[in-house]
Design a protein. Sequence first.
Length: 436
Amino acid sequence: MNVSPVLALAGLAAIGLLVTRLPPVPWRHVTSLDLVIAAGGPLVLLGLVLGPGIDLINRPVLGALAPVAALAIGWIGAAFGARFEWRYARRIGRITWLLAGLSAATALAAVTLGAWWLGRVVPALASAWTPRLPALLTLGAVAVASGPEAVALVARAVGIRKSVARAFSLAAALETACGALVFTLPLALHRAHPLGGHAALGWLAWLVLAVGSGALVGTVFLGLTRQLAERANVGLVLLATLLFGAGVGYAAELSPFLVCALAMALIVNASPRRNTVRRVLADWEPLIYAIFLVTVGTLLTLPTVWILVAVAALAAARAAAKWAALRYGSVALRLDGCGRNAGLGTVAQGGVAIAMGLNFVIVYGDGGAGSGGALLTTIVLGVAAAQLAAPPLMTLALRTPAASRAAPAAAAAAAPLAPVAASAEVSANAPADWPR
């Protein structure tokens, strides 16, 4: 059944508007399944029905809607970039950065090597995860990424006090930033001819171009809003700016997520309207996120049941790597007040991880019409597994004799960053119900 891309877009917009009218979820005595539902699981299933199920939204239509998917990816990136305001981020201690980097490196190594080994043992997985090296690096980057809002939501669901929840959310934000940096590697590999024949130079040139594009997009917004006074005008300029940023990221084979995240980081640091910008992002995010999740669902495919086994194995490897990194890293750094299981507190993932997977499909799948569906399926199922496992692992993160000392230590570490967490909070109908 052939559907016009315009009708498909109208249908996605209608679904998004309907979702924004749903009442907020009451967060009391929730289960792991409730968290998956709150993260948008039903919307992914709806996309699975509309796409592979009844073929209402097929691959040619999705190829035509690739710029819309790029905008959704860029919007998620912008919402993430809005968290990084320099006057607060500079207060993060070097030990915090070091532990976040250690956790990121351990998760990257464990999942990338685990996926490589699974591909060698099971040829069907090697055939599904193509092209091989970019796919493995993408799986590793997604494993590094956490979800700041998802972690905060899980912490609230299990009853952890706000000061400790903010510490976990901060750690999740730093790990996600590391994941976004790692994700530049598979995207840069898409360029056929690295500069001078050296892949490192090609990656560096790609990164410079992405950073320059983000700076350009942010500067455009700052110039256009200099004389504006009304919030409505700022919202329109922000929408146009993110369209521009996502378009640059899509057309130049960069990352819409990275370009818009960098642009938004510049905006919230240089614009006096940073609070208005954050509020506009929050107001529009349910609609954008709903369209994003339905689109992701239409791209899912399961060429081999071994993907289910791989998801379970890689999820276990990721959790174990994060646990080991904080447990033995804190011992090596002689951090007596650090909870030995604290690494399990940032297992939860959200939209950022899925956005990386969709970005991979856009770059390596010709706008959604080619390969990448199997890798995206692996990532989506991995995010669902992380959401299911996050509540018990969050409880375990502080269920040790050292927990009584870890909580005050985490709260003290998070105190200087409390304004960052507060500035990222939104109404009960927006990002708090849409974990990133």
